[in-house]
Design a binder for this molecule. Structure first.
Ligand SMILES: [Zn+2]
Length: 83
């Protein structure tokens, strides 16, 4: 089983009552309390979803960046071999 990351572990301190804001999660239709160390605006569940989404976007960005530089390097190397 994959180990839970801190933000997705309901037993982690960052998800404990210590971080309860007394406010509701900002997601429409969600009535859970906003309560995590990572954000005072989302409930535990929506915070996990939010971070996962951000991570996914970051990963896609990193992959795209890598592709760009790979192509750039190949391009530069090809030009260098001509001179
Ligand atoms: Zn929520």
């Amino acid at each position: 089983m994959e180990e839970l990351l801190a933000y997705e572990d309901p037993m982690h301190e960052g998800n404990s009552a210590k971080y309860l804001t007394g406010k509701r999660c900002i997601v429409e239709g969600c009535f859970r309390p906003a309560c995590t160390m990572w954000s005072p605006y989302w409930c535990f569940k929506h915070n996990v979803e939010r971070i996962k989404k951000v991570n996914k976007q970051l990963r896609a960005f990193v992959v795209a960046e890598q592709k760009f530089w790979d192509q750039y390097e190949r391009h530069v190397c090809e030009n260098e071999s001509l001179s």
